[in-house]
Write a protein that binds this ligand. Structure first.
Ligand SMILES: C[S@@+](CC[C@H](N)C(=O)[O-])C[C@H]1O[C@@H](n2cnc3c(N)ncnc32)[C@H](O)[C@@H]1O
Length: 286
């Protein structure tokens, strides 16, 4: 077991909920299933919370893509690891005490994908980049790191997708998702942005993007009329038209792969950050 002083990070609140991370899992299945194919990939769920539900659900959802995936839930809180261990079935499912310095526990068995969800929101902004780099050390070449935030039920989500390329961690996409269970407006996502962005809403790039997205919604409301009581089908149509306006009228690089926007995802190939998020990953000598 890892010694306490070697755990990078700090204990934070452990709230989670069944199906809270469903949208992230579905997004990966729709857009990155290729990354899960081949061999027995190790998937890490870092900061799984007070119960291991979202880790177990993630595995269940991706088994159809690759029945040989191995899932490792990692927690900095020993009590939460103890609560999860009765659900372990190694090597397919396991739980370990650990922090952002994952490479301490995975060693040479690098991860194909790391999901770190609703964890960094409880840290200071200055801790974000070091934590991402620390986690990236444990990724396979080409491996993915997903970091983001959701509301308590997972109805709306916002996350960054990063990829390890050689010794670099590259930002690939900023994704907004909704399950259309309630009407949604661009402003709703401002409260669940990844920690790196949440305090920068007045910076030129995020402010221009949200301005454009709001304008796209307003244009639709002008043509169809605004009514928060409308049906899920209407909310879905608004979402689809707004996504297409974001691309065609405002020039944002929205991913228009079939099915993605209809399923409730607006994936931007842009970080909206004022500076590049690409970071070099130091060697770990393993
Ligand atoms: C709010 S819960 C999130 C649970 C689940 N991922 C979800 O989204 O519903 C955050 C969890 O992250 C854990 N955590 C915080 N920092 C961590 C770190 N550096 N390494 C591992 N776990 C961490 C906390 O102990 C807490 O249980």
């Amino acid at each position: 077991m890892v010694r306490r002083e070697r755990l990078a990070g700090q204990p934070t609140r452990g709230k989670t909920a069944l199906n809270r991370l469903r949208q992230i899992d579905v997004y990966v299945a729709l857009t990155h299933s290729g990354a899960l194919l081949g061999g027995t990939p190790l998937i890490v769920d870092l900061g799984f919370g007070a119960y291991p539900w979202t880790t177990l659900e993630m595995r269940q959802r991706w088994l159809r893509i690759n029945p040989r995936i191995r899932v490792l839930g990692v927690e900095i809180d020993p009590q939460r690891v103890a609560t999860a261990l009765p659900y372990a079935d190694p090597p397919a499912v396991d739980f370990r005490l650990g922090g952002f310095n994952l490479w301490d526990i995975v060693g040479p068995h690098r991860a194909r994908l790391i999901r770190c969800y609703n964890v960094l929101r409880q840290y200071d902004e200055a801790a974000v980049r070091p934590a991402l780099i620390e986690m990236a050390k444990a990724l396979e070449p080409g491996g993915l790191l997903i970091e983001g935030t959701s509301n308590p039920t997972g109805r709306i989500v916002a996350f960054d997708v990063y990829r390890r390329e050689s010794d670099l961690l590259i930002h690939e996409a900023l994704v907004f998702g909704t399950n259309f269970r309630a009407p949604v407006e661009p402003v709703d996502f401002q409260t669940i942005l990844p920690k790196r962005l949440i305090h920068h809403m007045l910076d030129p790039r995020p402010s221009a993007f949200f301005g454009a997205w709001r304008q796209a919604f307003t244009l639709i409301w002008r043509s169809v009329g605004y009514n928060r009581g409308q049906s899920r089908q209407v909310w879905r149509s608004q979402w689809i038209v707004a996504a297409s306006l974001l691309k065609s009228r405002f020039g944002y690089p929205v991913d228009t792969r079939p099915g993605l926007i209809r399923r409730g995802y607006i994936a931007l190939r842009d970080s909206l950050s004022e500076e590049s998020l690409d970071s070099s990953i130091p060697h770990t000598h393993q």
